[in-house]
Design a protein around this ligand. Structure first.
Ligand code: SF4
Length: 462
């Protein structure tokens, strides 16, 4: 009798991807093996995202479709996890419309998966165990199954205390809780030993790291110490909040060889009345001042951002201020979203009173994207003829005869394949010969950097 097989579907952000790695590690520690397809899986976990309506609809649709498979294979266990599981409305929906689900657990108790699966086995009905908060538990040394390669994600802080009025995250991920600095550094050290070279520090509010620790530390301290770990070539961090971007952090990035000089600073809107209604806790002027200070402190700094269009009450004047801010900062790229009301958030109650109509929302989004695409194209033209180092991720999905990778600043680069050498997971100098809106293209301009010591990636207990 071969091992039981598992399959995890992950929706949403990098935090969810990392949570899925921790679920996979626990399962493989229990003797499970990865399934290649749903039809052969003994356990299917849907790791959900609640940040937008579309993500929720996708998950509920998938759960509904799995009813047939469950009818054919009643011993298969179906579990629902992630941010949607933290929402009471989801539990109510699952109980009414998806009794074929066996287990529901949330974002605070995923480190207890072996026990939860064992208990679900004893339960005839759906077992629902969702913790309101993680309390004082900081689950360290839980097995995880990382993706092979040289890029690794490391959680440093969980939750969010910001309560932006449109966001469900503080309700699904709880209050900010930082991991101990030594635990994080030990994890990075171990990753370097396993051949990982590009580390991304994760947090819903990554630059709030350490404010709850004694002695107090911050992201700047962590970056400074992580920089000293041999074998780590690149360091990234996701997602910072403009309000917590200290001058100290700017200066640490400015003198670093390893920390990315691309700052992802979600601005969300350009007008102060809207920023106030969003509870973003900074003004347009303060945001632009931060951009100015970053430009002085960090050579070759680039910026990307997130922008929400159509927030309740957004007037044409408000939107014009958003366009104006985009022209002033000249972001390399921007993630742009139509406002999507999240039940349980303050803004969702305003949507009823002060909505922006869909046609207006869509028109504004198109105008914003047209402006941003022009700026992105112009920014990429400036990189023609340069020779950045590119981390090759593998063959391009669209055109397998060429390589696809990213620069340290996160720019997508397509690289001509000039030899049979496998450049996957290699850091390669690439001469940029063409520049489009969304990507650069070029050819290899030197030998790949020597790979740091690499050992077989085992199930790491972290
Ligand atoms: S900072 Fe705001 S948008 Fe970001 S996770 Fe926290 S509440 Fe949500």
């Amino acid at each position: 009798m071969g091992s039981a097989l598992y399959l995890i579907h992950t929706l949403g952000c990098q935090m969810n991807e990392r949570d899925s790695e921790i679920m996979a590690g626990q399962l493989e520690h229990m003797g499970y093996a990865p399934a290649a397809a749903e039809e052969e899986a003994d356990l299917i976990i849907i790791n959900t995202c609640a940040v937008r309506g579309s993500a929720e609809d996708h998950a509920l649709g998938h759960i509904g479709r799995l009813k047939q498979l469950k009818a054919k294979r009643p011993r298969m266990t179906l579990a629902v996890a992630g941010c949607m599981a933290q929402e009471p409305k989801t539990i109510a929906w699952l109980k009414r419309h998806a009794p074929h689900v066996d287990l529901v657990f949330g974002t605070h108790n995923l480190h207890q998966l072996p026990r939860l699966l064992d208990e679900a086995e004893q339960h005839q009905e759906m077992l629902v165990e969702v913790w309101k908060s993680a309390g004082d538990i900081m689950a360290e040394h839980v097995p995880s199954r990382r993706k092979p390669g040289v890029r690794a994600q490391v959680n440093i802080i969980y939750g969010c205390d910001k309560f932006c009025t449109y966001c469900i995250v503080p309700f699904t991920r709880g209050r900010e809780r930082s991991r101990q600095l030594d635990d994080v550094l030990a994890e990075v050290q171990a990753l370097a030993g396993e051949g990982y070279e590009d580390v991304t520090f994760l947090g819903q509010n990554v630059n709030s790291y350490g404010h709850d620790l004694l002695p107090r530390v911050d992201l700047a301290d962590l970056l400074t110490q992580a920089e000293r770990i041999a074998g780590i070539r690149w360091i990234h961090y996701m997602t910072p909040h403009p309000r917590d971007f200290s001058q100290k952090l700017l200066e640490v990035i400015g003198i670093s060889d390893k920390v990315s000089r691309q700052l992802h600073l979600p601005v969300q809107a350009g007008s102060n009345p809207i920023l106030r209604r969003m509870n973003r806790k900074y003004t347009r002027e303060e945001y632009l001042d931060l951009i100015g200070r970053a430009r002085s402190a960090i050579e070759e700094v680039t910026f990307t951002t997130d922008i929400i269009v159509g927030f309740p009450g957004e007037s044409e004047e408000d939107f014009a201020l958003t366009l104006d801010l985009v022209r002033e900062v000249r972001f390399d790229s921007a993630f742009t979203f139509l406002y999507s009301p999240r039940e349980g958030t303050p803004a969702a109650r305003w949507e009823g009173r002060d909505p922006v109509s869909d046609p207006v929302k869509k028109d504004r989004l198109n105008r914003l994207m047209a402006l941003q695409y022009q700026i992105s194209w112009e920014a990429n033209q400036l990189l023609l003829g340069t020779t950045p180092v590119v981390l090759v991720e593998g063959p391009s999905k669209k055109e397998p005869r060429i390589w696809a990778g990213r620069t340290q600043q996160g720019k997508v680069v397509l690289v001509e394949r000039e030899s049979e050498a496998d450049l996957t997971d290699r850091f390669v100098p690439v001469k940029i010969t063409s520049a489009k809106t969304f990507y650069l293209a070029g050819r290899v301009a030197g030998a790949p950097f020597p790979a740091s010591s690499r050992s077989v990636h085992t199930i790491a207990v972290r």
